[in-house]
Design a protein around this ligand. Structure first.
Ligand code: B1M
Length: 216
């Protein structure tokens, strides 16, 4: 490929980390780090998803791509603009039980952190009890759940029922590729029993504006 962004996209698809940093440096001469992630790198992951979904790519190679993506994001992160000042709010963030996908969740973490929020990132495969406990301990303003499997959308709805059962009335932000706005706004809202307290984030920026909205 000719340009650094084109090479970076190929690197994600091929899971090729050799020379990654040089290409990232070159791309940063003309693009902001976040734009590199959102256009170039996520474009590459999209191709990976399509190849995997159609059986043209095997799981170990998907893992290589994911590792390359993570390395690239980690390299770019210190170069991102960060809003200083008082913490604007606290969110407990987790990938739900049974789900290991964390690239999207970690992007949400970076974007919220860079915009003044304190993020308690619990990691992957997190049972709802752990989210509830962390929210209590840290006096969180919101809980954010991520999950990419269809199965995870069901878990999210169950988690909401459990949070409601615990008499917690925190806003919850849901995100991940298998979710639809309709599912969140109908089924999940019904499960939680409160309107306007469960919201759907299409992407990480949506997560930020929702956080700005729920924490006032
Ligand atoms: Co998996 N995987 N995977 N995978 N994987 C998908 C999700 C899949 C759609 C691929 C496919 O078939 N086309 C498919 C799910 C099918 C389904 O459920 N219907 C799938 C499968 C089947 C599996 C396994 C079951 C495969 C197997 O073992 N046979 C297995 C599951 C293991 C488990 O979880 N128990 C598995 C494993 C893996 C890897 C480990 C190899 C790797 C993950 C590595 C990692 O994350 N550390 C992996 C990957 C990389 C993918 C794809 C290719 C890419 C996911 C990704 O990182 N995208 C994925 C294909 C796809 O999604 N179409 C796929 C980039 C990321 C930035 O996007 O996370 O969606 P995303 O985040 C977005 C938004 O959704 C949103 O913001 C981000 C963008 O700004 N967002 C939030 C996400 N969370 C949010 C939270 C918020 C707000 C916004 O607030 C709280």
């Amino acid at each position: 490929a000719e340009t650094a962004p084109e090479r970076l996209k190929d690197r994600i698809v091929d899971g090729d980390r050799k020379g990654l940093e040089a290409d990232l440096e070159e791309a940063m001469q003309t693009m902001a780090p976040l734009d590199i992630i959102n256009t170039v790198l996520l474009d590459g992951m999209k191709v990976v998803g399509e190849l995997f979904g159609s059986g043209k790519m095997q799981l170990p190679f998907v893992l290589q791509s994911a590792e390359t993506m993570k390395t690239a994001v980690a390299y770019l992160e210190p170069h991102m603009e960060r809003k200083e000042g008082q913490a604007r709010g606290i969110i407990v963030l987790a990938t739900v039980k049974g789900d290991v996908h964390d690239i999207g969740k970690n992007l949400v973490d970076i974007i919220l952190t860079n915009n003044g929020y304190r993020v308690i990132n619990l990691g992957i495969k997190i049972p709802v009890a752990d989210m509830i406990e962390a929210a209590r301990i840290h006096k969180a303003d919101a809980i954010g759940m991520s999950g990419l499997l269809v199965k995870s959308t069901v878990i999210m709805r169950e988690n909401l029922q459990e949070i409601a059962r615990q008499d917690m009335d925190l806003p919850v932000i849901l995100g991940g590729a298998a979710l639809t706005r309709n599912y969140v706004e109908e089924d999940c809202v019904a499960a939680y029993g409160t309107t306007g307290r469960v919201v759907y984030a299409r992407d990480a920026f949506d997560g930020l504006s929702l956080m700005d909205h729920v924490v006032q």
